[in-house]
Design a protein around this ligand. Structure first.
Ligand code: PEP
Ligand code: MN
Length: 339
């Protein structure tokens, strides 16, 4: 159920409502809107009629059921899009489109620092780079792990760019959260429910990627795992799904943008690098994603893609990325956004 508070409801009235929800055996989740707060009361669906009595409490406008199975992720809970704060100067979900860029993996100090300086100069807002890598083969490079996190922190110190990096299991999640500004959950882990619950308990925004064979509804249910643990900062990411097509690494489902937009208030990011697997296709799909309403993009950029330890063929060289940034700004302007 959603308890919609009146626009002028005061703190005491809200506290009384929270207390009542708990008394009835439900967990309250406060969602701050621009004009009013709404409180999601989450728990056993069977006895939810008991919550209806809250409607007569002071400061309450209405109590309405949430029809979707993903309760807190649902647009029913909040009509307007949510804005998620990443750092003092970067937020996602507003008018500005957030560009996250950097190499697939952190490989060396020089590689990550050069990448950070290049993407910052071109105008990116967030530095990406994997320190823990979930590889399909156990024989492939698995990442520099904590040393990689330290190098990312160094790159942040130098450029001021917040960092997004992947967390691959609950055991190392606290460690990654010490360094990262955004915790990335990769496509291979997006239904790892123990991991989703763990990051739900951490106080860091989460970039949740869509699994290779995941429906939009399943993606939203995974987001719900994180939200229901108390972490309201979830960013969704479409990175291509597996289809019969072999001309691209994955099939980048750009229709996920409006499909998600109509179902959820959470911001939507597009990953054209993993979505296509080919650096020639990254530019056109980035522009299409912006035209289609994406709130952000995550793009692989490497100073020397030919020698990258992972995903070289889909990585842009810094000069190409800088050219793309210029084009992205032009398309953003056409759809009343900024980059
Ligand atoms: C990555 O971002 O480098 C990555 C492994 O992505 P995905 O989980 O989408 O494959
Ligand atoms: Mn990659």
């Amino acid at each position: 159920m959603i308890i919609v508070m009146k626009a002028g409801a005061d703190k005491r009235e809200k506290e009384e409502v929270l207390k009542k929800i708990k008394e009835l055996g439900y967990t309250p989740h406060v969602i701050h809107g621009t004009t009013r707060d709404v409180i999601g009361a989450i728990g056993d669906e069977r006895g939810k009629e008991a919550l209806q009595s809250i409607e007569s409490m002071n400061g309450v406008e209405s109590v309405v059921p949430i029809l979707q199975p993903y309760k807190l992720a649902s647009k029913e809970v909040m009509k307007e899009s949510s804005t998620i704060r990443i750092s003092d100067s970067v937020s996602i979900g507003g008018k500005n489109i957030v560009i996250m860029a950097g190499p697939c993996s952190v490989e060396s100090e020089k590689q990550i620092i050069d990448s950070a300086i290049a993407v910052k100069e071109a105008g990116a807002h967030v530095l990406r780079g994997g320190a823990f890598k979930p590889r399909t083969s156990p024989y492939s490079f698995q990442g520099l792990e904590e040393d990689g996190l330290k190098l990312l922190a160094k790159a942040r110190e130098l450029t001021g760019l917040p960092i997004v990096t992947e967390v691959i299991n609950p055991e190392t999640a606290d460690l990654v959260a010490e360094y990262a500004d955004i915790l990335q959950i990769g496509a291979r882990n997006s239904q790892n429910f123990a991991l989703l619950k763990k990051v739900g308990q951490l106080k860091r925004p989460v970039l949740l990627k869509r699994g290779m064979a995941m429906t939009i509804q399943e993606l939203l249910m995974s987001a719900e795992y994180i939200l229901s643990e108390g972490n309201q900062s979830v960013i969704l990411c479409e990175r291509g799904i597996r289809t019969f097509e072999t001309a691209t690494r994955n099939t980048l489902d750009l229709s996920a943008i409006p499909a998600l937009r109509s179902r959820t208030h959470l911001p939507v990011v597009i990953d054209p690098s993993h979505g296509t697997g080919n650096h020639h296709y990254v530019g056109p799909m980035s522009l299409a994603a912006i035209a289609g309403g994406a709130d952000g993009l995550i793009i692989e950029v490497h100073p020397d893609p030919e020698h990258a330890t992972s995903d070289g063929p889909q990585s842009l060289k810094p000069a190409k990325f800088a050219e793309l940034m210029v084009k992205m700004r032009r398309v953003a302007e056409a759809v009343d956004r900024t980059v």
